[in-house]
Ligand binder design. Structure first.
Ligand code: ZN
Length: 168
């Protein structure tokens, strides 16, 4: 059985991708997001990965790549969702979805520079679920459960770093 992870609780080891520092990623665009917004999306996601000590590699979908599907509306059962990660048999899979209409509604705009940045931060949240194999959320950082407009647009993207918080 395959399900989508909206909220869950599981903990596992870091998969190899995070340790290796490479993040092969492919983007599917059934929502038909325009090229300018897509460019901002890729740049912001690459910036978050760089701030996490990782390198973004955008390309075709193949084995080992993280697949990000840009959809319009979220599922009817999850109307407040901005994104989701698929999970199966207790593992988070590299199959992520971003709900562009939901994000645009929250932002109250589709301006490329605004929407693209916010979409990338939602993608970073879902990617953190996968890379850390962690279904649960945290009080602050990329895995914060509820992301406000301020979180999605703040100037400093380092809040969304994908690596686990440093122990203090
Ligand atoms: Zn989440």
């Amino acid at each position: 059985m395959r399900r989508w992870l909206y909220i869950a609780a599981l903990v596992g080891a870091l998969p190899g991708a995070l340790a290796a520092g490479a993040a092969p990623t492919c983007i599917l665009n059934p929502a038909r997001v325009d090229p300018m917004t897509l460019q901002v999306f890729r740049e912001e996601l690459a910036g978050i990965l760089a701030a996490s000590g990782m390198t973004a590699e955008f390309g075709a979908c193949e084995a080992g790549s993280v697949r990000i599907t840009l959809r319009g509306a979220p599922p009817e059962t999850e109307t407040a969702a901005l994104g989701a990660a698929r999970f199966k048999d207790g593992k988070v899979l590299p199959e992520l979805e971003i709900y562009v209409d939901g994000i645009a509604r929250l932002l109250d705009t589709r301006l490329a520079g605004v929407l693209g940045r916010a979409m990338a931060r939602v993608a970073a949240h879902e990617m953190a679920h996968y890379l850390r194999q962690q279904g649960g959320h945290e009080a602050e950082g990329a895995l914060r459960e509820r992301l406000s407009v301020a979180h999605l647009l703040a100037a400093d993207r380092r809040y969304f770093r994908l690596t686990p918080p440093v122990a203090r």
